[in-house]
Ligand binder design. Structure first.
Ligand SMILES: *Cc1c(COP(=O)(O)O)cnc(C)c1O
Length: 378
């Protein structure tokens, strides 16, 4: 017998209510029943996005929503600035370049957050910048960015601010309207407690104007088509009906708690995780700008980081994430978002202690779990 624990930054575990909703019989999407669900979903998403703007639901993973953002607001040869502080910042650059957009990169050291002054300098240096692409929580490093400051710098310029909130939305604060975010994209399988398969995109009036003039090729992700259907509470193509039904269950749970309670829960889980790994003598990869979404931890010198993650998963059923690209084998990442709660963290830390001990790392057994429990008791 084996029980599995999913502590990865996407996909994340599913609440029983969400799983049960997906077992309902399928209904047709061009019906009043589904229209009511779509309406409920789009209103719930506005609450989570903290916006009065339209939030579109796309059938794709989060990256589809990222691509939709790029192709709908920019034309080939337009200039974009990408804040690149990890693998997901790089994805913005790759998408922009795929469409022939002249892409400037503001390179930030992995493990750090962009300094608003640096962004300001780059914006001033090139008035041709039409869009700035950022990441709320850079999942590859665990770092959270100061999007509010980015918004303040960009809102009075001709440029639009685009935020990848795929892992952060529904876990940490993101005030789409108050922080002047023109486009926010997200996905279903992280803080929103759903399986993968839905992308979300909010659109400000400033960004909507760009769509009229963008000449990038697009078909499936043409937001003009999406908006036209959306205005009639419809979708241009067959939506992921089952996932929309499940989305309403997840949104209901978030609304029942209220965003402030949801954010406070994530804060506490993150605090406990950070306290636990520090108590084990491990070092945080991002000690200054660590997010409340996912915690990246340095693998101690002399230990095989990939083996650590693999043993936790294959021997004990506790799945955490390793490092990506240049961080492969050098860090591991503990997610604490969505339907992950207190006792999942305790289990994860306990398993980490067990495997670290087996790998010969010296520390006092139980100190990590104790440190986490002390935070939870507060
Ligand atoms: C997971 C993630 C993505 C990629 O989303 P997919 O759903 O895998 O396409 C992009 N950006 C961030 C910050 C993420 O955490």
């Amino acid at each position: 017998m084996r029980k599995n624990y999913l502590l990865t930054p996407g996909p994340t575990p599913l609440p029983p209510e969400v799983r049960a909703a997906m077992a309902r019989p399928i209904i047709h999407h061009r019906t009043p029943q589904f229209q009511a669900m779509l309406k409920e979903a789009s209103e719930g998403l506005k609450y989570v996005f903290q916006t009065k703007n339209d939030v579109f639901i796309l059938t794709s993973s989060g990256t589809g929503a990222m691509e939709a953002a790029v192709v709908n607001i920019l034309s080939p040869q337009d200039t974009a600035l990408v804040v690149q502080a990890g693998k997901f910042g790089e994805r913005w650059t790759e998408i922009c370049k795929s469409y022939g957009i002249s892409t400037e990169v503001l390179d930030v050291e992995w493990g750090q957050a962009v300094k608003p002054a640096e962004l300001e300098k780059r914006l001033k240096a090139n008035p041709k910048i039409k869009a700035v692409f950022t990441t709320l929580c850079e999942t590859s490093t665990g770092v959270v960015s100061d999007i509010a400051s980015c918004g303040r710098l960009i809102k009075d310029t001709p440029a639009v601010l685009v935020v990848d909130a795929i892992s952060g939305l529904g876990a940490i604060d993101l005030k789409t309207d108050d922080w002047s975010c023109d486009i926010v994209v997200s996905g279903s399988q992280k803080g929103l407690m759903l399986p993968p398969g839905l992308g979300f995109l909010s659109l400000s009036p400033k960004a909507a104007k760009l769509i009229e003039n963008s000449k990038s090729p697009r078909y499936y992700f043409d937001l003009k088509k999406v908006k036209k259907a959306f205005d009639k509470i419809d979708t241009p193509f067959t939506p992921a009906i089952t996932l929309v039904v499940a989305l309403n269950e997840a949104l209901k749970m978030i609304k029942q708690d209220g965003l402030e309670v949801v954010f406070a829960r994530h804060r506490k889980l993150a605090e406990a995780t950070r306290a636990a790994v520090k108590a084990l003598g491990l070092e945080l990869f991002a000690p200054l700008d660590g997010s409340d979404v996912v915690t990246a931890v340095k693998v101690p010198a002399g230990l095989d980081g990939e083996k650590l993650v693999k043993t936790m998963r294959d021997t004990y059923g506790v799945t955490i994430a390793g490092g990506q690209e240049e961080l492969k084998g050098k860090i591991f990442r503990f997610a604490h978002m969505g339907f992950i709660e207190e006792f999942d963290i305790i289990t994860g830390i306990s398993c980490l202690e067990k495997v670290l001990t087996q790998m010969g790392y010296k520390f006092q057994m139980g100190t990590g779990v104790k440190a986490a429990e002390e935070i939870f008791l507060k």
